[in-house]
Design a protein around this ligand. Structure first.
Ligand SMILES: [Zn+2]
Length: 130
């Protein structure tokens, strides 16, 4: 009876891990969609403002709207990236989730960030784990 309950608990934990992994991947795909669509909107508005006949005030408004959309979208997408999954320290293998500001100021290549590990205190390239 107790052994069956333990097996069921283990299966539930494993199922929760699978669901979390799928959710984290979906969030990271959403991050890419948000970033690339906002870049496309910004470029489209900038090209329209550059090549179409209109007043300078309207040009300014179009570029400003595109720029605000780009900034808000990129910072939102970055927030999703930081909160989905975790980072793994290359030195000790510790899994950790950095603060938004710490991740924002750390250099990165793709989803790999150069950060200081909270456990071992060493700086290394931390890979994103879903
Ligand atoms: Zn470490």
């Amino acid at each position: 009876m107790v052994e069956n309950k333990t097996n069921i608990e283990k299966e539930n934990i494993e199922e929760e891990r699978k669901v979390a992994k799928i959710s984290n991947r979906a969030i990271l795909v959403l991050e890419c969609v948000i970033c690339y669509s906002s870049i496309a909107i910004f470029l489209t508005l900038t090209i329209i403002a550059s090549y179409c006949e209109m007043s300078n005030a309207l040009r300014f408004v179009l570029i400003l709207v595109g720029l605000v959309d780009l900034l808000v979208s990129c910072f939102t997408a970055f927030y999703l990236e930081v909160k989905a999954g975790c980072y793994i320290c290359a030195k000790c293998g510790n899994k950790h989730q950095p603060s938004y500001l710490k991740a924002l100021i750390s250099p990165h290549i793709g989803w790999t960030r150069y950060m200081k590990c909270p456990k071992c205190g060493k700086s290394s390239w931390n890979k994103k784990k879903f």
